[in-house]
Design a protein around this ligand. Sequence first.
Ligand code: NAD
Length: 331
Amino acid sequence: MSGDAPVASPRHRYLVTGGAGFIGSHLSEALLERGHEVVALDNLSTGSAANVESLQSDGSYRLVLGSVLDTQLLDELVEECDTVLHLAAAVGVKLVVEQPLRSLVTNIRGTEHVIEAAHRYRRAVFIASSSEVYGKNTDVPLHEASDCVVGTPSKSRWGYSLSKAIDEHLAMAYSREKGLTTVIARFFNTVGPRQSPSYGMVIPRMIEQALAGDPLTVFGDGTQTRCFCHVTDVVRAVIGLLEEPRAQRDVFNIGSTEEVSINELARRVIDVTGSASQVVHIPYEQVYSSGFEDMLRRVPDTAKIKSLIGWSPTHKLDSILRSMLEHTAAG
Ligand code: NAD
């Protein structure tokens, strides 16, 4: 794919890195539903084969077990596909704080390999970036030109933010200097069925705690707020951007603007699950390391994507919680 033609049509073969992950599996499913082919590359470090079990019987789908750090494999897969959707990453603050080196290597070197291969074969590449790039900027709502305000490199949590910012820089530099066709999206908190509770994601963890009758753990004082967007809304936004030539060589926020404090979130999880669980507050120092810095608010300005493709989220928090509960209860 080159020039300004839409990336998503007609029938395309997509390489989805991180395709067995939470967002990657939903995105793959949506692409197959639209009649495309999907090759998923995943090392199953945080994703799982169970996430894509229902896709395996589709002749247009193939899961390749391997890493974006394997340049030879990546080269072969990029060559055989039309467009690359790069979602593979070391994800989540917990993982990043506990294994900073793995996170940096996966997120920076892995992305560089993906972009280089895409450039070599003149493929368009979509980059999954993150609201983490805004760091400590509290000047909400955050719009795409807002400053990235990150803390000291002595605190490993900022490595994730910086790695995603470097990914964006790499994609933009390849685009400007070498003509790479790229679309970058900054996902804000994305939630929904299949999101694992194992890597510090707040809603799956709270639902698991509520169903087990365990206390719901809120880190810090719980007044920090977040906006949670359903994964099907996020996938619709990504595909909308892929189908819109004017989205190329640009960056877009994707997220909900329904702001909720983590204390309120815990109350809603208890309501939706009918649990008798209590809420306990745990100091950040006990969960991460001393001096851990969190963002008080993280609200996206989504005017840019709305005006370009008319996108806005359709799911409210309560319906998101219900859909995640149903998925968890279904096993
Ligand atoms: P996820 O952990 O489910 O997905 C990441 C996938 O990448 C996993 O399947 C994992 O096994 C795979 N992976 C990791 N290292 C790999 C490697 N070296 N080679 C191949 N595969 C590898 O998490 P997700 O929430 O689906 O995240 C997808 C993307 O969206 C990531 O780039 C993440 O940074 C970004 N993002 C997610 C959110 C969110 O709220 N979920 C927010 C901002 C950005």
